[in-house]
Design a binder for this molecule. Structure first.
Ligand code: FAD
Length: 382
C-alpha cells in the first residue's frame, strides 16, 4: 500500500520546520518533513549569522521581519526555549549619496509601517559610533529594536513543538522526484518508495531549484557561498556594538560574546554549493573590513565557517503557490534573510494551505512575478 499524507514538506531547515509547525498549529497534523541529512538545520540554517532587522526596501519584507522579531521576542513563551535574542541594534552606513537617498526614502515607508528606524547624518554616526573610519561617509540608518538570535535554538524550538503537535520529521530521506497528474501534485518519490500527497512544500533552501526541476517548475534560486569568521576575545570595540554593516562593500561586524563576528557577501564569489572555508575569503574579508574598522588590526582569528545564501533574481523571497502545478508551494530564495523571515513564511504557507488569506500580502513574492516581468526588488541586502 502506498503511504499517504496530507502535506509533505521537503527540507528540515528553519523554513520547513516553521511551515510544519504552523500547519500543525492550525490543525493540519498529517504532515511529514523529509530531510536528506542526519539531523535538522544542517543546511543554511545552521550556518546563519542570526541577524534580525526591520529595515527593508520592500514593505512585505518589513512586515515579515516585524512578525519574525515579535516571534523571537516571545519565543520562550510559545516554545519553552530561549532563542538567545539580543537587541543589539543594526547600523547600516554608506558613502554613496544615492544609496543614502534610497535609505532615507525607505525609512519613510518603514516608519509608516511602525518601525522606529533612525536616519543618521555622517556627523551623528561619527559622534555615536566612533569605531567607524569612513572618510567619505554620507549617512546611515539605525534600527534600535533589531538584533541577533540563535538559529540553532530557534530551529530546535520549531522541531520540538511541531513533533509535539504530531508532525513527523524523517532524516536520511533524499527526495528524488515529484509526481503529478493533470497539473496537480500527486506524490513525492524517495529511495524508500512513493509518498502519496496532494500538497508539497519546497523548503529545500539552496537546493530549491533542483526540487523545482523534479516538479517541472523553474525556480530561479541559485546558491552562493558566504563566509563568516570569528575573532578571539576582543575588547577594542564597544561591548554594546550594533550589527554594523557597510553598504559600500557588503561587509559587516557584530559581537559574538567577547569576540567579533566578521562577514561579507563577496560579489565575486561564483554560484556553487561549496561550503568549505576558503583562505582567500578570509584574506578578502580582512582586507575589506580593516580600512573602515581599523581597531580590528589587533584582533586574532579564532574560527570560521561558510554556508550558502539562496539568492533569487530580485533578492526577495519566492513564496506561495505555483501556476503550473496545483498543490506545489514554494518557500524559497530568501537571499540572506531566511532566519528572520522563517517565522512569517511558515505562517503564510500554512494559511494558504488551510485556505485562509495570508496575514501579509505575499502576492509580490509569488513565483509567477518572473513570468510576468514583475519584480519585488529588495535593495537593502548584504
Ligand atoms: C553565512 C550566512 C549568514 C546568514 N546570515 C543571516 C542573517 O543574519 N539573518 C537571516 O535572516 N538569514 C541569514 N542567512 C540566511 C539564512 O540562514 C537562510 O536563508 C535560511 O537558513 C534558509 O533556511 P531554509 O530552511 O530555507 O534552508 P536550509 O536551512 O538550507 O534547509 C533546507 C534543507 O533542505 C534539505 N534538502 C535539500 N534537498 C533535499 C532533498 N532532495 N531531499 C531532502 N532534503 C533536502 C537540506 O539538506 C536542508 O537541510 C545567512 C546564511 C548564511 C549562509
Amino acid at each position: 500500500m502506498t503511504e499517504q499524507h496530507d502535506v509533505v514538506v521537503i527540507g528540515a531547515g528553519l523554513v520547513g520546520l516553521s511551515v510544519a509547525y504552523h500547519l500543525a498549529k492550525r490543525g493540519i497534523r498529517d504532515v511529514v518533513v523529509l530531510e536528506r541529512e542526519a539531523a535538522h538545520a544542517q543546511g543554511s540554517s545552521g550556518r546563519s549569522a542570526g541577524g534580525v532587522r526591520l529595515e527593508f526596501s520592500h514593505p512585505s519584507s518589513v512586515r515579515f521581519s516585524q512578525y519574525g522579531l515579535h516571534v523571537l521576542e516571545h519565543f520562550e513563551d510559545e516554545f519553552g526555549i530561549s532563542p538567545q535574542f539580543r537587541a543589539c541594534g543594526y547600523l547600516f552606513v554608506t558613502s554613496d549619496p544615492s544609496q543614502w537617498v534610497a535609505l532615507q526614502e525607505s525609512a519613510v515607508m518603514q516608519r509608516d509601517l511602525g518601525v522606529a528606524v533612525e536616519t543618521l547624518a555622517a556627523a551623528d554616526i561619527r559622534g555615536s559610533f566612533a569605531y567607524i573610519n569612513l572618510p567619505d561617509l554620507v549617512g546611515g540608518i539605525y534600527g534600535p529594536r533589531d538584533g541577533v538570535g540563535d538559529p540553532a535554538s530557534v530551529a530546535y524550538g520549531y522541531i520540538r513543538r511541531a513533533r509535539q503537535l504530531g508532525v513527523e520529521v524523517r532524516f536520511h530521506v533524499n527526495v528524488e522526484g515529484i509526481t503529478a497528474s493533470a497539473g496537480r501534485v500527486t506524490g513525492v518519490r524517495t529511495a524508500s518508495g512513493l509518498i502519496s500527497t496532494s500538497t508539497v512544500v519546497n523548503a529545500a533552501g539552496p537546493q530549491a531549484r533542483a526540487i523545482g526541476q523534479m516538479a517541472g517548475v523553474d525556480i530561479p534560486v541559485h546558491p552562493y557561498r558566504r563566509s563568516i569568521y570569528v575573532t578571539g576575545p576582543f575588547d577594542g570595540l564597544p561591548e554594546n556594538l550594533p550589527m554594523t554593516l557597510n553598504l559600500d562593500n557588503t561587509s559587516y561586524i557584530r559581537r559574538e560574546g567577547r569576540s567579533i563576528l566578521l562577514g561579507m557577501s563577496d560579489p565575486d564569489e561564483p554560484s556553487s554549493e561549496l561550503v568549505e572555508t576558503d583562505p582567500a575569503a578570509l584574506e578578502k574579508i580582512i582586507a575589506t573590513i580593516l580600512p573602515w574598522i581599523p581597531s580590528l588590526e589587533h584582533a586574532t582569528i579564532m574560527r570560521g565557517w561558510a554556508g550558502l545564501y539562496e539568492i533569487s533574481p530580485d533578492q526577495s523571497a519566492i513564496i506561495g503557490p505555483t501556476d503550473d502545478l496545483a498543490g506545489f508551494y514554494c518557500a524559497n530564495g530568501f537571499s540572506g534573510h531566511g532566519f528572520m523571515h522563517a517565522p512569517a513564511t511558515g505562517r503564510v504557507i500554512a494559511e494558504l494551505i488551510a485556505g485562509e488569506p495570508p496575514f501579509v500580502d505575499i502576492t509580490p513574492f509569488y513565483l509567477s512575478r518572473f513570468a510576468h516581468q514583475q519584480t519585488a526588488r529588495e535593495n537593502l541586502v548584504i
